[in-house]
Write a protein of this length. Structure first.
Ligand code: NAD
Ligand code: GLY
Length: 374
């Protein structure tokens, strides 16, 4: 069941290993990367309680010592205070240029630990051991690291590629269902942006995947990582094609900002809504057939993800409020709204100058739409 995807970036190339049981053999995987038998693990308290003992035992079994810092779980950790704690701890642990930082956790820990590694002593290597579905298919691959500013998400950061990614799909067994589904929205995104056959496969296997089908999980993570790796290899620093990975994200970021980046709406749930709205907009502008947004909505709803704005607890601002939040999105260039749109399922493209009235009409309709039955 084991798969390996190579991210081809010249001297910074690395493997993403995917499959169950990788945590138990992490020591063997890390040994060739170590100048001395010691690693610094950054994790969060929830993940530490469930998975740190197994990692520590695996490292000890290979003669590797480990020190660990467990930070509070949640997005609030990915800020200046969390970064200071992480970097100062690494310095106190005497982590040197040739040492290795290991990020054990979801996207919050991966982004934070990766950025800490990027700036510690002008850059030390790091390994990602992603423990959420979102982190396994998205945030652990591609080298975007960073923290949030009080003024906005992900505004401070660096490109710093990991030296290795160990995506142990068995770790997803302890992930709460809501978090699993939020990550699934990103899996569906890969099919929608570039692989119609993958999306069709997901339509069939999605429920089994959510119920725990181990082989389907490995296949879904591996195909997602293959797609991300190929895009990152062609456009590491997002000069062009990498923007396709943001399908649904302009809407999603506005929805997350409107709900205060809170537990009211997880990032992946916002992405599910954003994917539906991006296809609505694509259909309204005549780029894709009307059936496509219907199909996107049907599959995400069948998986248990939100697909109607009515489903966001606590209410949302109106159309103009959401448009104002979109205008702050970093994908706005010279006041023009850039969107990732689609010419059909699996055919995303970047549209540079989307008429605000079309976006307004899509939001008006979405805000008025009832929750779908079922
Ligand atoms: P997260 O890291 O907050 O994890 C979600 C929750 O699940 C946390 O409470 C965590 O403690 C818990 N958890 C993690 N693994 C678990 C496990 N195996 N069992 C039980 N509980 C577990 O959230 P996330 O969704 O993984 O990541 C979101 C972050 O990722 C955001 O900050 C986002 O900006 C970032 N992100 C980065 C990139 C990138 O390219 N760098 C891409 C997408 C998202
Ligand atoms: N998650 C978007 C990117 O990595 O570019």
């Amino acid at each position: 069941m084991m798969r390996t995807v190579r991210v081809e970036l010249g001297p910074r190339s690395y493997d993403v290993r995917i499959g169950p049981g990788l945590l138990a053999t992490a020591g063997d995987a890390l040994r060739p990367l170590l100048a001395r038998p010691r690693v610094a693990v950054i994790t969060d308290e929830t993940v530490a309680a469930r998975h740190l003992p197994e990692l520590a035992a695996a490292l000890a079994g290979s003669g590797i010592g480990a020190a660990a810092l467990a930070l509070p779980p949640g997005e609030a950790t990915k800020g200046w205070a969390g970064l200071e704690r992480a970097v100062e701890w690494l310095i106190a642990e005497r982590i040197e240029r040739r040492d290795l930082v290991l990020a054990l956790g979801g996207g919050v820990i991966g982004d934070l630990a990766g950025f800490a590694a990027a700036i510690l002593r002008r850059g030390v290597r790091f390994v990602q051991v992603p423990t959420t579905l979102l982190a396994q298919v998205d945030s652990s691959v591609g080298g975007k690291t960073g923290i949030n500013s009080p003024r906005g998400k992900n505004l401070v950061g660096a490109f710093h590629q990991p030296a290795l990614v160990l995506a142990d799909t068995g770790l997803l067994d302890t992930l709460p269902r809501r978090e699993f589904l939020a990550g699934y929205a990103e899996v569906a995104k890969y099919g929608l942006l570039g692989d119609a056959a993958f999306f069709a496969w997901l339509e069939g296997v999605g429920p089994a995947l959510a119920a725990g089908d181990a082989a389907a999980r490995v296949q879904a993570v591996a195909r997602s990582v293959e797609m991300k790796a190929a895009i990152v290899a062609r456009d590491e620093t997002e000069e062009g094609e990498r923007a396709l990975l943001n399908l649904g994200h302009t809407f999603a970021h506005a929805l997350e900002a409107a709900t205060g980046y809170s537990g009211r709406l997880l990032h992946g749930e916002a992405v599910a809504l954003g994917l539906v709205l991006a296809f609505d907009l694509s259909a309204r502008l005549g780029f894709c057939p009307q059936e496509d947004p219907v199909r996107v909505r049907a599959h995400l709803a069948a998986m248990g993800l939100p697909v109607a704005l009515e489903q966001v607890p606590g209410g949302l601002p109106g159309t103009e409020g959401l448009l104002a939040l979109m205008a702050q999105d970093k994908k706005v260039i010279d006041g023009r709204l850039r969107f990732v749109l689609a010419r059909g399922i699996g055919q995303a493209f970047v549209a540079a100058d989307v008429p605000p009235d079309a976006v307004r009409a899509v939001l008006d309709q979405a805000l008025a739409a009832p929750v779908p039955p079922g």
